[in-house]
Design a protein around this ligand. Structure first.
Ligand SMILES: [Zn+2]
Length: 341
């Protein structure tokens, strides 16, 4: 089976020296663990090698991410997600993540390369596991539309983690204020479908998502948001293991909100450079720069929209049974020889 094209956490990771041509779905597995979230199963395979982190700590990290994504979408997007943890010797941190659809019989397959000396604090700072799982929730696109795959993952990853109680809202609005300008049109920009720079792919795509979210909430008087559109796409089968034209996905999303926001924004931004007026947007939403952070202006005209974007959805938190999302804690248990008595 020819795997679907990749959705990357980082441009440039595709030509991984050990996996240059696609997902390593026949890679060796040293041991495995799994859990269920709703009707979905997440299998976590550990490749051979050493990790300072315990299996328990890695599983908490994966469960937190799965819970954030399921909380955002109202369900885990695909019935089975296989995660391969590949330990990287003498390295530290979560190094890269890549997700493919329809691999080896599974709807989604994610490779995470994790340094041998990664700490619990680094797992808690990590965004990649959540970002990769968001990729499972949209149909695979042709390369020219790759910006929407990365834009959605970039925008939704932090929002989902706030909704799940794992990040404070002020942090993600400050991050957006700081990082969104990377998606401004570069010189010679011809629009999102035609200009494949890193900035436009990740942050231009994220600007599209933020603008869509705010516009849907304006048009529906806050009854619907981008979240409703994206849930409908997943329910209609628009997940990573299926190839859909972008127009089909956007039409399903628009039907769910009773608007034409996604299709209209696509028509505006696909083949024209668009400079989104971010300062005006922050002001309307009541996101005010405050040193190296933000404060919220509750009297801003669209403060309610900002609160609705990051609030816990009405469907509530979804987590694996018996699991409460929270930070990865604790040092690895060391077996220390007891002194003789
Ligand atoms: Zn990605």
């Amino acid at each position: 089976m020819v795997p679907a094209p990749a959705a990357h956490a980082q441009v440039g990771q595709w030509h991984h020296p050990r996996h240059p041509w696609g997902p390593p779905w026949k890679a060796p597995v040293a041991h495995s663990a799994s859990f269920h979230i709703g009707a979905s199963k997440i299998e976590v395979d550990f490749g051979p090698g050493q990790l300072d982190l315990s299996t328990r700590q890695i599983m908490r990290w994966v469960k937190d991410a799965a819970s954030s994504v399921a909380t955002y979408y109202g369900q885990f997007p695909v019935p089975m997600d296989r995660i391969l943890i590949e330990p990287v010797p003498n390295a530290e941190g979560v190094l890269s993540g890549t997700t493919w659809g329809d691999v080896g019989g599974d709807p989604a397959f994610t490779l995470m390369r994790v340094g041998q000396n990664t700490t619990p604090a680094e797992l808690n700072r990590d965004w990649m596991m959540t970002h990769e799982m968001v990729h499972t929730a949209f149909p695979t696109q042709k390369w020219k539309h790759h910006w929407i795959e990365e834009g959605l993952a970039t925008y939704i990853e932090p929002v989902a983690r706030v909704q799940n109680g794992l990040l404070p809202a002020k942090k993600i609005w400050w991050d957006m204020m700081r990082d969104m300008p990377q998606g401004y049109p570069p010189p010679g920009d011809k629009g999102l479908d035609l200009t494949h720079t890193w900035g436009l792919t990740y942050w231009g795509g994220a600007q599209f998502c933020l603008l869509a979210d705010v516009s849907i909430r304006e048009e529906t008087h806050d009854r619907k948001g981008l979240q409703d559109a994206l849930r409908a796409i997943v329910r209609a089968g628009g997940t990573i293991n299926h190839n859909w034209p972008i127009q089909k996905a956007l039409a399903v999303g628009d039907a769910a909100t009773g608007t034409h926001v996604l299709e209209d924004l696509y028509a505006r931004m696909a083949d024209h450079p668009v400079k989104v007026n971010l300062p005006k947007l922050w002001k309307a939403l009541g996101v005010v720069r405050n040193g190296y952070g933000v404060r919220f202006d509750s009297k801003a005209p669209e403060a309610a929209i900002r609160r609705a974007i990051d609030a816990m959805p009405k469907s509530g938190r979804i987590a694996p049974k018996g699991f409460t999302p929270g930070p990865v804690t604790g040092a690895k248990v060391q077996m220390v020889a007891q002194p003789g008595k």
